[in-house]
Design a protein around this ligand. Structure first.
Ligand SMILES: *Cc1c(COP(=O)(O)O)cnc(C)c1O
Length: 420
């Protein structure tokens, strides 16, 4: 990129950002720049690409649908890709999730989930308003998403706009009961509308993993108090944690579930918020004030729905689960070398996601460790965006063992670079 580009990039401080590569082609787990450089996409282009870039079946479906339909107004109209996709989503998710609301990003799927929850309580005549969320959570960058997410430098300027939520401590290993007690306490002390969680792993919060039994207990406590559970599976969905959806591992069914990122295999933007019948029914009325007042212009874009249908087809017809299992096993083997290496700590993994923390003595140092590591990896043709001192991998499922091994070699050599 030249300094004259009018583009303002996301999460980018242009005053310190170096040259930005111009990507002209993507394929499988690789990005190719205009200068011929090849970059291994070890974070699946910010967690969206599941099978690999430009999966042929998904691209073909996009092309075919584009020959028939572009955007169609979705209020008062419908179209085959949206109908078929909703049908398929209802089939592959638990029976209790009966309705599908379309939007176009993870953040909007969360906003929709929060609005569904508040609408539900208002329309059933119980004005429950309090929302609970986990410390360290990330639920997107819209106002509602930021409100339920962790507060900090990323959203401080917008603080006056953010609504108040009650925070539960992250269920740290050995201190899980404190989270459950805090949830129980919050549910007893005031009328809680909903608890929103990233099931099993907090992504942007630092790839913090907690066990399925804790999620199951949270669901049980919510149920006991009539509190709606919103599962933000935007990152965890579509195989990332080893199962199609993370909630499966805890044997729970949320009241509201948000899916996006891998919904189209990472090809084009689309999101859905699914909910139980009771939530739809609470809005079902001849009283127009009970209408669910939410829409994006590009709701249920037919081309995006076709891409998502093709993604489901890939799941059905290709050995996706085997690829996920193989990738997970590759991570497990590779992580071994970090376990008794004192330069690393908190070696952890869930399914296709693996993370290690770099042990850094000086906290002031921590501030620029992320960008320094990023530059170091980029110089090696490796796309990794460490979260502070947390280095994580979340590669496309088509990544080979050799590609993963090379990435781990670069990670293992990173501490040396930092001392230079
Ligand atoms: C990425 C993410 C979001 C936001 O999704 P966008 O498509 O970037 O708006 C919300 N929740 C979680 C858990 C995410 O990881």
């Amino acid at each position: 990129m030249t300094l004259t580009s009018p583009v303002w990039h996301p999460f980018t401080q242009h005053a310190v950002q170096g040259d930005v590569p111009t990507i002209v082609r993507s394929e499988g787990a690789w990005l190719e720049a205009d200068d011929g450089r090849r970059i291994f996409d070890a974070i699946a282009s910010w967690w969206v690409v599941t099978h690999g870039h430009r999966h042929p079946k998904i691209i073909a479906a996009i092309q075919q649908e584009a020959a028939r339909l572009d955007q169609i107004i979705f209020a008062g109209f419908t179209h085959p890709p949206a109908e078929q996709l909703a049908q398929r989503l209802v089939e592959i998710t638990p029976d209790e999730l009966t309705h599908v609301f379309y939007s176009d990003s993870g953040s909007t799927s969360v906003e929709v989930g929060l609005k569904m929850a508040l609408g539900y309580w208002l329309h059933v005549g119980e004005g429950r308003r309090r929302i609970l969320a986990l410390e360290g959570a990330y639920h997107g960058d819209t106002i509602g998403g930021m409100s339920v997410g962790e507060r900090g430098v990323f959203n401080a300027p917008y603080d006056p706009l953010l609504f108040d939520v009650s925070r539960l401590p992250f269920p740290r290993a050995g201190a899980e009961q404190a989270t459950l007690d805090a949830l129980e306490q919050a549910c007893r002390s005031e009328p809680v509308a909903a608890l929103i969680v990233e099931p099993l792993v907090l992504g942007a919060g630092g790839m913090l993993i907690y066990p399925p039994w804790v999620l199951a207990e949270m669901a049980r406590i919510c149920k006991a108090h009539g509190v709606l559970l919103i599962a933000d599976e935007v990152m965890t969905g579509w195989g990332r944690t080893g199962t199609l959806f993370a909630c499966e591992q805890a044997g729970i069914v949320p009241d509201i579930a948000c899916y996006s990122k891998g919904l189209t295999g990472g090809s084009v933007p689309l999101a859905v918020t699914m909910c139980r019948r009771e939530i739809f029914d609470a809005h079902y009325s001849t009283d127009r004030r009970k209408t669910f007042f939410h829409s994006s212009s590009y709701t249920a874009n037919p081309i995006a729905c076709a891409a998502a249908l093709a993604n489901l087809e890939v799941w059905q017809t290709e050995p996706v689960q085997q690829r996920i299992d193989a990738l997970a096993a590759t991570h497990t083997r590779a992580l071994d070398r970090f376990r008794d290496d004192a330069r690393f700590s908190n070696v952890r993994q869930i399914g296709t996601i693996a993370a290690v923390d770099l042990v850094v003595g000086d906290a002031g140092y921590l501030a620029d460790i992320g960008p320094r590591l990023y530059a170091y990896f980029m110089a090696r043709g490796l796309l990794l965006r460490p979260l502070g001192n947390t280095i994580y991998m979340m590669p496309p499922y088509c990544s080979t063992a050799a590609e993963i091994a090379a990435a781990y070699d670069a990670i293992a050599a990173a501490p040396e670079m930092l001392t230079r």
